[in-house]
Design a protein around this ligand. Structure first.
Ligand code: GDP
Length: 705
């Protein structure tokens, strides 16, 4: 027979995959998850058991009806098993079933008790000095009266609110074989923000939150669009969705929330700030292109975050689609498709024709079900800010994805260093709403200032509390700014070595070709001496990205670019994070500089200052002059006399001077941001559409001692 997986069997039997797994494990079948293949024996057993159960349910109803009938008839006869008098064949059957069910329950119960006991003896709890008897009982999972009795036996007359010192609490816990650890005194934030764990009974299922990731042009945006268009009904505010950074769709009564900004940058930067919001990532791979660098990055980011991956093989409508090749390449990355014997769900889709989209959504719901995503809607909300802006008419506006609890109009809120009170809320359809529960994105009005994307938002009981937290965080940030040791730069390296602040010089190398990156890596590491070790923590080919800057910032590293440049965003981020980026075109200059910096002999440096950037939008070949590039200035100014470099995909392909700079037909000295110009680079005609022209000057800077 063909292979059947747990989730398929669950579907056939009309029960949750979870129940099947639980059942089979009890019978010692080796089932890992919902993707595990089940053998014939397991299928037979599960089918019998669950079919039986269904019958039981039906018959339960019948038996209830029967009981009522009997009551009506006033029969006093007591049946040997259950209350049902064995009157006819049907009733007999019911009775037998009950016996059978009771027996299974008994064994189930036994197993459960055993595991519970085992868990209990290994339990570890955190308590603070001065914990009340009531709190301690709750943490121990015992009756208050029981704990009070134990205290009395120890000679302590205590009531429910009596505060216990740590040692006494520890003695009590020991009696239950529970290990206790001391909890640090609570900070203001902890006292104001209620982050007590939810009780199991308060938790209810919540929708999954999904991020779509993958290589550029593989169809992330198209996929998000088609899901949104086809699954938001026209009754919902005319079917028009607002862009608020995330949207929710309804699939046969189940909700799924999608982040509307595809890509792993947002995913990772949010995670870097401790706000993991994604439950499932959908990895889009174009069937005509296969696994590409960003596909691999997306896989690694999801794995690092421990987020399950569903693969959507897209563009299957294309004549040159090759699904097998994609699966082969995915397998090389450790994602083996289920029909290849692995446990990665791969769904074939086309964002163009809509084929497979419903199947993809169904798989998302399946993985969500397996992940048992739960939250407690009946508490003050917490969430994460996914977008924010200043709106002319409405003031600061933030989109918050609620993670737990319910946010209501009128709630006091704090996010990062800003606070406020929810004045109004709008859902992803632009509809005004009074409340928003777990996994739901809402636009929130009422912050005093704009919170940052990635900030955690908490609803708190009072305005005073919200304000107190915000103020405390502002003060803490200020302290950090003042006390933060300077980040390492080649200029201050020697001082930092002298002061013993630094024992290792961390370097990130980005280059245009692998060969130079490797050569640099080896030569630089050889510079290590007894005072300082040179360590290349990351090396790679390509432009200097925000990721590199973030890594440098996190590990106090200097970035060296060899024939490559940072793009605008990374440059701005580096300025903000005070990360030193040095760019070179000659290998020995890199080595000289680093060596000199280690000895404190770095010459007064010529620092280059970027004055402007322009994008090449069109190319004209003029036989007498050469190639004229029609450009649009995107940043700063392009000055005729400044140096320029031509950058293609982050890699420097030429450095030199401009031969001419024109606005329309006139020669000009400079062109500012927002204007178009025509330019011609001296002795360089290989310029292409999409290239970036960077205009820069060298400025001498004295080393600061
Ligand atoms: P993103 O960069 O990953 O967001 O990719 P886009 O969604 O912008 O798609 C890139 C290009 O591929 C666009 O021109 C889309 O129209 C096209 N595209 C996306 N999905 C499909 C598909 O399923 N089939 C075909 N034929 N084209 C698609």
């Amino acid at each position: 027979m063909s292979k059947l997986r747990v989730y398929e069997l669950a579907k056939q039997l009309g029960v949750a995959s979870r129940d099947i797994i639980e059942f089979l494990r009890e019978f010692n079948f080796n089932v890992k998850n919902h993707m595990s293949v089940v053998n014939d024996e397991a299928i037979k057993l599960a089918s019998e058991y669950f079919d039986d159960k269904k019958e039981d349910k039906k018959e339960d109803k019948a038996s209830n009806a029967l009981e009522q009938d009997n009551d009506l008839e006033g029969l006093e006869e007591i049946a040997p098993l259950g209350k049902v008098p064995i009157k006819d064949e049907k009733a007999k059957k019911v009775s037998n079933k009950q016996v059978k069910r009771k027996n299974t329950k008994k064994t189930d119960f036994k197993v459960k008790v055993q595991t519970a006991e085992k868990e209990e003896s290994n339990k570890e709890i955190y308590i603070r000095d001065g914990i009340t008897v009531k709190e301690l009982s709750e943490k121990l999972g015992k009756q208050v009266s029981e704990v009070i009795k134990k205290l009395i036996m120890m000679g302590i007359m205590a009531n429910i609110n009596h505060e216990l010192d740590f040692d006494t609490a520890e003695k009590i816990a020991k009696e239950y074989k529970i290990t206790v650890k001391k909890e640090e005194p609570k900070s203001i934030e902890e006292t104001i923000i209620d982050d007590a764990p939810d009780k199991k009974d308060d938790l209810v299922p919540r929708p999954p939150v999904v991020t779509i990731m993958g290589h550029v042009d593989h169809g992330k945006t198209s996929l998000l669009d088609i899901i949104r268009k086809s699954h938001i009904t026209l009754t919902e505010a005319g079917g028009i969705t607002q862009h608020i950074g995330a949207y929710t769709v309804n699939i046969k009564g189940n909700k799924i929330t999608f982040f509307d900004t595809p890509g792993h940058e947002a995913f990772t930067s949010m995670r870097a700030r401790g706000a993991q919001a994604t439950d499932i990532s959908v990895l889009v791979v174009a069937a005509d292109d296969g696994v590409m660098p960003q596909t691999i990055e997306a896989i690694n980011h999801s794995k690092a975050a421990n987020v399950p991956i569903i693969v959507a093989i897209n563009k299957i409508d294309k004549p040159n689609a090759n699904v097998d090749r994609v699966k082969q390449e995915l397998a090389e990355q450790g994602l083996v498709a289920e029909d290849w014997g692995g446990d990665t769900i791969c769904v074939l889709v086309s964002a163009k024709t809509g084929e497979g989209i419903d199947n993809l959504l169904e798989m998302i719901l399946l993985v969500a079900e397996m992940s048992e995503l739960k939250a407690n809607p009946n508490r003050l909300a917490n969430g994460v800010v996914i977008e924010s802006k200043l709106d002319k008419g409405r003031g600061p506006v933030a989109t918050v994805l609620i993670k737990n609890g319910t946010l209501k109009v009128g709630d006091h809120i704090v996010a990062g260093v800003t606070y406020g009170k929810v004045r109004a809320m709008f859902d992803d359809k632009g509809k005004s709403v009074r409340s928003a529960g777990p996994s739901i994105p809402v636009e929130v009005l009422g912050f005093s200032e704009i919170p940052d994307a990635g900030d955690i938002m908490n609803a708190v009981k009072s305005e005073k509390g919200a304000k107190q937290i915000a103020e405390k965080r502002i003060a803490a940030n200020r302290d950090r700014m003042i006390n933060d040791p300077h980040r390492v730069t080649l200029e201050n390296l020697f001082d930092q070595i002298e002061e013993g602040e630094i024992k290792e010089l961390n370097i990130i190398i980005k280059g245009d070709v692998q060969g130079s990156v490797e050569a640099l890596e080896q030569s630089l590491e050889k510079l290590s001496n007894e005072n300082v070790k040179v360590k290349v923590i990351h090396g790679g080919v390509g432009a200097i990205t925000e990721y590199d800057v973030m890594l440098a910032s996190a590990s106090n590293a200097v970035i060296i670019g060899f024939n490559v440049r940072p793009d605008t965003k990374s440059r701005l981020l580096a300025e903000k994070e005070k990360v030193d980026i040095k760019t070179y075109r000659i290998i020995y200059e890199v080595i000289d500089d680093v060596e000199a910096a280690m000895k404190g002999m770095l010459e007064p440096e010529f620092k280059e200052v970027v004055r402007g950037r322009a994008e090449v939008r069109a190319i004209f070949k003029v036989s007498s002059i050469g190639t004229i590039a029609g450009c649009y200035v995107t940043e700063g100014k392009i000055n005729r006399s400044n140096n320029i470099r031509v950058i293609r995909d982050g890699i420097v392909i030429n450095e030199g001077k401009l031969a001419s700079l024109k606005r329309f037909k006139d020669d000009v000295k400079e062109v500012s941001q927002g204007y178009e110009c025509g330019l011609n680079v001296e002795k360089f005609n290989d310029i292409k559409e999409g290239d970036v022209i960077e205009s820069f000057e060298m400025e001498q800077v004295e080393r600061t001692e």
